[in-house]
Each structure stands twice: as structure tokens, then as C-alpha cells.
Design a protein around this ligand. Structure first.
Ligand SMILES: [Zn+2]
Length: 128
């Protein structure tokens, strides 16, 4: 991965939205998902089971906001296939990989974890 701003390309948003498991996991979800690195943030919203790209917004409107922050290197390790035991899962990455962290409301993270995991799976699948 060379350009982290393109973390989720249009193709991977579309494939996520065609994933019935995602639709089911996110059907009541309403949250903002932010991937960030040295390049800056790439922002998305999930509304009623649909993922879409979003303009950056100030997080003062009370919406659930989950940010996954990592260095270029950490993101590269996360999306690499095949992964390792330490990089396969978001929570393993956050615990074991320096330079990779989950920022924001932990409750919002837990509430939306399944949907977020599915998004990251599509991210990995789209990287090469
Ligand atoms: Zn980057």
C-alpha cells in the first residue's frame, strides 16, 4: 500500500455494501469510521447497513466515532496477506503492534466491532 488515503477504494466500499454479512452486522449501526496515518484521515460513515465515504467532520455532534490510527508501516502489516497471528485481527494489531491504535469511544468500538471487522476484511481483500 503506497497511499493510505485510498485505504478503502470505491471498489472495496461497493464490495462491502454487497456483503450480506456486513448488511446484517451493521443494520442498526450509525457511526463514523476513521482510518488515519501520516497522510491524514480517511473518513467513512456507516448508516443503516451501508458504508460510504464521508467528508471529515468535527466530532462534536455526539455520533459514535471510531478511529483506527496507524503508521504506514503498521497499516501495511495489517493488510498484508498472508497475515501473521499478530496482524490478522484488529484487536491483535492494537495490542501487539507498535504504532497501531484504536482511538475513541471504546463502547462504540465494541458495539460496532463486528461491522468494523468486516470492513477491514474487505480492506485486506482489496489490497492486491
Ligand atoms: Zn499513509
Amino acid at each position: 500500500m503506497t497511499e493510505c488515503r485510498g485505504l478503502i477504494e470505491q471498489a472495496s466500499i461497493a464490495s462491502c455494501n454487497q456483503d450480506l454479512e456486513f448488511a446484517l452486522a451493521a443494520r442498526w449501526s450509525d457511526f463514523r469510521l476513521v482510518f488515519s496515518c501520516e497522510c491524514g484521515p480517511a473518513e467513512f460513515v456507516v448508516r443503516s447497513g451501508t458504508l460510504s465515504a464521508a467528508e471529515p467532520s468535527a466530532s462534536d455532534d455526539g455520533e459514535d466515532r471510531i478511529e483506527i490510527r496507524g503508521s504506514h508501516e503498521a497499516w501495511g502489516a495489517f493488510v498484508a496477506r498472508p497475515g501473521t497471528r499478530n496482524t490478522q485481527h484488529l484487536l491483535a494489531m492494537a495490542r501487539r503492534s507498535p504504532g497501531f491504535e484504536l482511538v475513541g469511544d471504546q463502547l462504540a468500538l465494541v458495539r460496532n466491532l463486528r461491522a468494523i471487522n468486516i470492513v477491514t476484511e474487505h480492506l485486506k481483500a482489496s489490497d492486491g
